[in-house]
Design a protein around this ligand. Structure first.
Ligand SMILES: Cc1ncc(COP(=O)(O)O)c(C=O)c1O
Length: 395
């Protein structure tokens, strides 16, 4: 029995018959993974953690000594990181920043603010003039040219994100006129869950070409090209993951061939934290309806919204549990296809559909892998007012 299963069964025993439901984060595995990710980066490339993927303080503090800093997307995220590591480097993005958040970012010494529109730039200008504070910014660009295709597309198409590539020069000219604003570079986060490393390399090279073109045209030095996150997780085939080592081996070939090129910033979320998180939920019921087998969990999409949001079958395994407290015989399924549903009163509360299992009994546990990113943090946890899953950490 591996350590994770042992840990889960011990925790379940402590619940004394109350159906088990928890997130478990393996902090040691998290650290080992992210240390490797950072170690493989070529010179002048930096990894920031996008806090939105998982903002738990234990995750932030585990990553703080490893990553170069944190990407935050709200005043709340600034506070969450500052509460755990007051000195960490922060970069601040998001399409709808309010004035208070811009003030807070400046007061709390955010390194770069990613400006997403001309209006936001104008508000920031007023703020810095009023405060007489200098601020460094990156302009977030929504590129026009063909970009890699991901699970969600933030750029390369009509979205609310960034400045349309065709408007960048207008906004840049406005920014450069202001003595309190320093344009340090450009920001290009464009997509989620890209599994194609060649496409990602070409995307990075394209970001450099565009940045250097604007820098030359305006005669400005730039120090940063931020390519965002978007490195994917393969939820359909657990064995076939994005190979970070072969991606980073080739990365230098796609970077400018000169000394002192602008630093490459990544701000990854999913790829850093997904692997080391698990969502575990106990099987409460098994039933057949209209010819299909349904397994109902103590838990569901209000704890773990990702599979319902992305309409994918989330990979899971069955952990057999020996205890059976009731006097009637224990229902089980053998070699059947099941649909895994949660405890909510909506047919959308599905975590996996038509998945083959060897054997499953009521009272067993389903262990959903790769649940450490966009799991608990994106879930509608108060819908139906069920109790929350435990948040457990393995060292
Ligand atoms: C601006 C920005 N940066 C970084 C990320 C992290 O992306 P990912 O978790 O796909 O690496 C996101 C996620 O949506 C984002 O919006």
């Amino acid at each position: 029995m591996n350590n994770l299963v042992k840990f889960i069964l011990e925790k379940k025993k402590k619940k004394k018959g109350v159906p088990f439901c928890a997130y478990i984060y393996d902090l040691k595995a998290l650290r080992n993974h992210v240390v490797k990710v950072v170690k493989h980066l070529p010179d002048n490339c930096f990894m920031y953690y996008a806090v939105k993927a998982n903002a738990h303080p234990n995750i932030i503090s585990a990553l703080a000594p490893i990553v170069h800093g944190f990407e935050v997307a709200s005043g709340g995220e600034i506070r969450k990181v500052r509460a755990v590591c007051p000195e960490a480097e922060l970069i601040f993005g998001g399409p709808g920043k309010v004035d208070d958040e811009l003030h807070e970012a400046i007061t709390k010494k955010v390194k770069y603010i990613h400006v997403e529109s001309l209006q936001e730039l104008n508000r920031l200008k007023e703020i810095v003039h009023h405060r007489r504070d200098k601020v460094s910014i990156l302009l977030r660009v929504n590129l026009r040219d063909a970009l890699p295709v991901g699970r969600l597309q933030m750029a390369g198409t009509a979205t609310q994100f960034g400045i349309d590539e065709l408007e960048v020069e207008t906004v840049l000219a406005e920014a450069l006129e202001d003595r309190y604003i320093q344009v340090a570079g450009f920001h290009f986060h464009a997509l989620s869950n890209n599994l194609d490393k060649e496409e990602h390399l070409r995307f990075i090279s394209h970001c450099y070409e565009k940045s250097e073109m604007w820098a030359e045209r305006f005669g400005i030095p730039i120090s940063v090209v931020n390519v965002g996150g978007g490195i994917g997780i393969n939820y359909d085939d657990v064995e076939k993951q994005f190979s970070w080592s072969s991606f980073t081996e080739k990365l230098s070939e796609y970077l400018p061939k000169k000394e002192n090129f602008p630093a490459l910033y990544f701000e990854c979320g999913r790829y850093l934290t997904a692997f080391s998180g698990y969502y575990i939920a106990e099987v409460l019921d098994i039933k057949q309806n209209h010819g299909k087998w349904f397994v109902i969990l103590r838990g569901g999409s209000h704890h773990f919204r990702l599979p319902a949001a992305w309409k994918h079958n989330h990979p899971f395994e069955v952990i057999e549990v020996d205890d059976w407290p009731y006097s009637f015989s224990r229902p089980e399924l053998c070699r059947e296809r099941i649909t895994v549903a949660g405890e909510l009163c909506t047919p959308n509360d599905i975590l996996a559909r038509d998945v083959f299992i060897e054997r499953l009994q009521i009272g067993d546990l389903l262990l959903f892998q790769m649940a450490g990113a966009y799991g608990w943090d994106i879930s509608h946890r108060d819908f139906l007012s069920h109790s929350y899953p435990q948040q457990l950490f393995m060292e």
